[in-house]
Design a protein around this ligand. Sequence first.
Ligand code: ATP
Length: 970
Amino acid sequence: MSANSLPDSATVWHSLEVDKALELLSSNADTGISPQEVEQRLQKYGPNELEETSGRSAWEILVDQFKNIMLLMLIAVALISGGIDLLDWREKLQAGEMPFKDTIAILAIVILNGILGYVQESRAEKALAALKKLSSPNVRVMRSGRLEEVAAKELVPGDVMLLEAGVQVAADGRLLEESNLQIRESALTGEAEAVNKRAKMALPEETSLGDRINLVFQGTEVVQGRGKVLVTNTGMKTELGKIAALLQSVENEPTPLQQRMTQLGNVLVSGSLVLVALVIIAGVIQARGFSNLKDLVEVSLSMAVAVVPEGLPAVITVTLALGTQRMVRQNALIRKLPAVETLGSVTTICSDKTGTLTQNKMVVQSVYTNVSTSQNVNNVHQSQQSTNNQSLSVTGTGYAPSGDFELQGNKIEPQESPELQAILVACALCNDSELQQQQGEWRILGDPTEGALVTVAAKGGIEKDQWNSKLPRVGEFPFSSERKRMSVICKVEQVQTGVSPLSSVDPVISNLVKSESYLMFSKGSPELILARCTRIYVGSGSISLSDEQRKQILAQNDQMAGNGLRVLGFAYKPLTELPPEGSDEIYEQDMVWLGLVAMLDAPRPEVRAAVQECREAGIRPVMITGDHQLTARAIATDLGIAQAGDRVLVGQELQRMSDQELEQNVDLVSIYARVAPEHKLRIVQALQRRGRFVAMTGDGVNDAPALKQADIGIAMGITGTDVSKEASDMVLLDDNFATIVTATKEGRVVYTNIRRFIKYILGSNIGEVITIAAAPILGLGGVPLTPLQILWMNLVTDGLPALALAVEPPEPDVMKRPPFSPRESIFARGLGSYMIRIGIIFAIISIILMVWAYNHVKVVTGAGLDPQRWQTMVFTTLCLAQMGHAIAIRSNTRLTIEMNPFSNPFVLGAVVLTTILQLMLVYVPPLRAFFGTHFLSLQELGICFGFSALMFVWIELEKLFLRLMGKKSV
Ligand code: ATP
């Protein structure tokens, strides 16, 4: 069929039988479509993507920029200043001066700020959308009969896609097969309850969306079970695509810091209004009347401009954006912007074990089963009543299916041991992973635990595909972290039809079933599986499982787990009927024990150092795992997460604890074993009640509530389900614990740098305001700084070095000090007092200079020298002092001479560039005219440099003093 004759999106898929739907899309339930066909259909239907629409229109984003109190104040200043100019604009023109200069400049800044904010916000939205796409899911599809994993956007109608728990459905489709499939469709219907889906029925055409149980929809979440789906609609043709309003816009919440900045704005604006009022009152009292009112108004306007840190919002946005980029380069993908700065506050990291602390490259090391082989080296007589449980070691590396089974150094042929063969068959069949050879390398598609089992089965000559056709799967009780086990039900065809005697089919099968038609294989946590067994397999049949044998098996399990191995228990059960869905509790009982399989999942080598770094940084790592307590303890001790003898809290104990009891223990326990996802939520809440700032990892569907509750929810990029990623603040692209620690360090660097340039910018603002206010109070005639000059200082001479400070590399002790408490104000730890102290020093330096220059410079007028140049000296000194401040503030503790000036070349560059620009304002005539500055003699310039250097000297002396006092400034 050519792509053109394919049905359109109006087809009523839910009213069609499966075969009809497949026929319409010329697809095949087993093989899917061919890659060539996919190409053609991609041309016709386009990629499977939703056009992202933002919640706000461009216009709304722009208007929002002006809803900022500081910008509103600037607009007011511009208007008042314009009003004053209106009084004498003719005179100004005649004198060759430009009227309305300040008004135009301020309004230009306001508009520029608005546009900048607008561009940044739209950019941030786009960047986040792009990041979101980066973490967009892959989909498992059948193409030309081969199972493949493709990007969701490459799906086309006719594709056969596979669904499993945790997956977010990537396109609309008609169900072909399903097993226990439950889908949460709240994204589409608003209904929180998950819907049971059924493939085998056609529904009336008028069935409403929420009742179309034979269809699945894009954007919904698979909560449980699995399914095979024929993709019918993709991209904007899906139900979700049609309802554009329901599209989730990219989350772009203001960060706590941005919120604090808004509060800061309010404080600054109201503070400056109070100050303006005080200055006017003082001026009026001093002059005993309103004679100098114009001067006072001008001073007030300047003060109002000086108090607003115009450059700050831009610098903060840039810093956060750079932080996100640095983090993604280190494999930490930030999904919610606040995480960048709040990461620095993390005090506890709760991490899964498998895959995050360990490599998730499983290799089966040993199989513990009854060995009744003729080669049995111990030659133990095997009676019907006794068993000869032995631990066989398995050789070979990685997922390559080559290796041997050895018993005390002697090779065992699996064909000669029915018990070993039986457990290997269970490994192969009770399994959803596939082993594939790609470019000569063996890889697995699916869960690594199960991959290791397919490999070990193949080592024993049990090929999964071959056995799947011998014993086709007809039902299952799927795995979940709560159940900690899974079962598959296979059909024993020949027995049912009686076509051939069972023994000629396969001796392995004939040993397992007598006359039953079905065989159930189960695997899972050994204690749990064993508790559900009443018999044990002994080759030709089963015998009842004695207490002695149980003890022996559990002891073996403990020994293996104590060596850090991940152990699974296996069992089977012959069945006469196919169990109905949801009957797991009834059928997973009275099973026959097969044995234990232990696999090694080595710790990630880089984690040990990361754990050590955490400890030094005052961050407590905690392991939360579904695995056995002994396995958990062995690995946690090896990694340094726990000390030998530390307490392990097991899921069952936790279950019995009240919230208060848990809260009392939560700070003492570093290992939680055999926990279920809902326990994770309780652990986070208990930690939070103790005032901890918690980062929590998760990968499964049911981890979503804990990830949402955690202060930083972290999803796994490789093994994580789509649902967990949606709920997270950050995605680990490499699933690695060490990446969390790296991201935390980046978070601290970002936060420290933000604090650094806030100190830098606001300290100078305070200095400017006090200097301006001092002029009329000291009775100096004239305003030391015009609004235009202040804007120049706040944007250029403060802004450029601040941007350079934003990329300051981490200080060596960044991971050696305790985390910042998220509850503490940004002004805590001396930041507020630093700003005020430095602001006052700034003011003292410039006021001394101002008074001196006012009295000396004014009278000594030479050729080309204007009597008002004391103002330019104040302006220049303040700007140059900020240069010294920028250099000195690079470190809180180290003196400048102890630092490499080139470790942040941007600061050096910004200081040189800004100084040149400042000098141009004084020595380039057109700029001088525009900014209202005056020519300074070399000697006067030298005095400015001298005074401004005092700022640098002061800060360095402060650091020295603190060091001598043994105090650390932060
Ligand atoms: P972590 O929580 O650190 O990722 P985990 O993989 O052990 O560790 P879960 O995935 O919740 O945690 O698994 C819990 C337990 O269920 C495992 O320890 C194991 O005993 C059992 N189990 C894991 N995977 C399977 C599976 N595919 N089939 C059957 N049982 C399994």
